[in-house]
Write a protein that binds this ligand. Structure first.
Ligand code: RIB
Length: 314
């Protein structure tokens, strides 16, 4: 909610859509091993879709740019987008595409996961798909993207965000090589510890490690760095000021999508103009609630839950 107008903030961006096939087992198989699982569920996932779902539930008006197939998983995703109230104008389903899919294995002992993504249509989301939404960048409050789609499509979202003076939030997940200059000018870069280590060469385990890694990312032209530290919370700096917000201890049931929930909620708080410290608390509270529930997108909490949990926790 924008405090001055009372309207929902508008969040736009390109991203991936996957159907997640999630299996639970007492332990994860090693190579060549067959393990008997106990449960499985099928539900909406994909880093882009999860972050937009979290943003919608946290109070944003969501304009999602994504590509799915004309298949049964595409129908699952379309129903999800409609159910969450997304603007669906930029959701395309060209003939011949297959909807992205993720095979997720969950260890029931500690809730940790292992994920294989088959990207399908996500790999064909183009800069032109983003450019087609230009009119909706003009009055957006924040633009978000991740790295589960082509890099030139991410770069187009950054260019449009900056053309209209909107904050561009990039969650560099999943990590991998990025084109030279992709991070330059990013308003908010939000790696987790593993991604921050990959992109900087600093092994990130503590807040002090995060500070050192963030300095390297700032040198690459990022304006604000937020590094999530799992149970240790999250760290923010813009090179002048910084803060660390501790995590909120909860009993984890499933951690899939926790980072996505953090990012979706963070985007809403940034779009609403809150301080970085408030935004990190809001996002931490959303992520902590999400790990107490099953599902990637399905576990994202609603705004009133986040606010009351945040108030109790901090
Ligand atoms: O971040 C979690 C997501 O990663 C899952 O929903 C899966 O689809 C993969 O994209």
């Amino acid at each position: 909610m924008d405090a001055s107008t009372g309207k929902k903030v508008k969040i736009i961006g390109p991203g991936s859509s996957n159907v997640d096939l999630t299996g639970f087992a007492p332990h994860l198989p090693v190579a060549g091993e067959t393990v008997m699982g106990t449960d499985m569920h099928i539900g909406p996932g994909g880093k882009g879709s999860n972050q937009m779902t979290a943003a919608a539930r946290a109070g944003g008006e969501v304009y999602f740019i994504t590509r799915i197939g004309q298949d049964v998983f595409g129908e699952t995703m379309r129903r999800h987008f409609e159910g969450e109230g997304f603007c669906t104008a930029y959701i395309t389903a060209p003939a011949g595409e297959t909807t992205g899919c993720a095979l997720i294995e969950i260890d029931q002992q500690d809730g940790q996961n292992r994920i294989m993504v088959i990207p399908g249509a996500n790999l064909h989301l183009t800069p032109a798909d983003v450019a087609a939404a230009e009119a909706d960048f003009a009055d957006a409050d924040a633009v978000i993207a991740q790295l589960e789609i082509p890099m030139d499509t991410v770069a187009e979202a950054k260019a449009l965000a900056h053309r209209y003076g909107k904050p561009f939030i990039l969650n560099p997940a999943p990590f991998g090589q990025v084109p030279e200059g992709l991070f330059d000018g990013v308003d908010w870069l939000t790696p987790n510890e593993t991604e921050a280590s990959f992109f900087t060469g600093v092994e990130v385990k503590t807040v002090e490690d995060a500070r050192r890694a963030a300095a390297i990312l700032l040198d690459r032209g990022v304006k604000n760095v937020v590094i999530t530290l799992g149970v240790a919370g999250a760290f923010w700096t813009d090179g002048t000021a910084s803060c660390h917000v501790p995590g909120i201890p909860v009993k984890a049931v499933e951690t899939t999508g926790a980072g996505d929930t953090f990012n979706g909620a963070l985007a809403v708080a940034i779009a609403e103009g809150h301080s970085p410290e408030y935004a990190l608390r809001f996002a931490n509270a959303a992520a902590a609630l999400s790990v107490t529930r099953l599902g990637a997108a399905a576990s994202a909490p609603r705004r009133d839950e986040i606010l009351s949990f945040m108030e109790k926790a901090y």
